[in-house]
Ligand binder design. Structure first.
Ligand SMILES: [Zn+2]
Length: 218
């Protein structure tokens, strides 16, 4: 039961979201890290934080860049958010690691950035790194729109059930997460398994990013 996005460690394997400031030298065996500058924390001097993230991202136990992204509801100054996000996209491409993305009411901008990145990668005959939108709550239409562009989704405690069912039947990978809630990974997996009418062990295999996103580490 891999917890794709969390701020706390339980017994499940997970991608723990950390700030560069509180990165310990080692974590429990089941813990891998994602490191990024959250859009709520973007200030005018974002570049200092992003420089630290670039250094930290080289660590072997850092598997993803994030969460980072765009937020038009709680974040301030969208143009600064865009700058900081672009800089982190560049890091993910440089070190070849996927991104965990926070996106609130900025999906057009997100897709615009994805198109930019794809164009750049095409020129160099490369493939862009996978982007996973965490805590996705959108409707099936929006999920479809994201998936057509190659973006992946991760679901937390709250989601649109129709969307979850759609993604489940799409045969595209998806992931499950506790985010910042005080729940165990098991609780999320049990809830989703019940909603989908499958058993937890099946879901566990299906939503394990070590088999899809992070297979090179296994
Ligand atoms: Zn978030």
């Amino acid at each position: 039961m891999f917890n794709f996005h969390t701020y706390t460690v339980d017994e499940a394997p997970c991608l723990l979201n950390v700030d560069t400031a509180d990165m310990l030298s080692s974590y429990p065996e089941q813990v891998r890290l994602s490191v990024g500058l959250h859009p709520w924390k973007v200030t005018a001097d974002w570049s200092a934080s992003v420089a630290k993230i670039r250094e930290a991202s080289k660590r072997m136990d850092v598997w993803a860049i994030g969460e980072c992204g765009l937020d038009k509801v709680h974040g301030e100054n969208l143009s600064l958010q865009l700058e900081a996000f672009r800089a982190q996209i560049a890091i993910a491409e440089e070190i070849q690691k996927p991104m965990v993305i926070h996106c609130v009411r900025a999906f057009d901008e997100l897709l615009m950035l994805r198109r930019e990145l794809e164009a750049t990668c095409r020129k160099e005959d490369g493939e862009p790194q996978p982007w996973v939108i965490h805590g996705f709550r959108g409707k099936p239409e929006q999920a479809k729109q994201m998936m057509v562009k190659g973006l992946l989704l991760s679901f937390g405690h709250q989601y649109n059930l129709e969307t979850l069912r759609f993604v489940f039947t799409s045969s595209r990978p998806f992931y499950l997460e506790t985010d910042d809630l005080h729940l165990s990974a098991r609780q999320i997996y049990e809830q989703v398994a019940q909603h989908l009418g499958v058993d937890v062990s099946h879901l566990s295999r299906l939503c394990d990013p070590r088999k899809t996103l992070f297979s090179r580490y296994e």
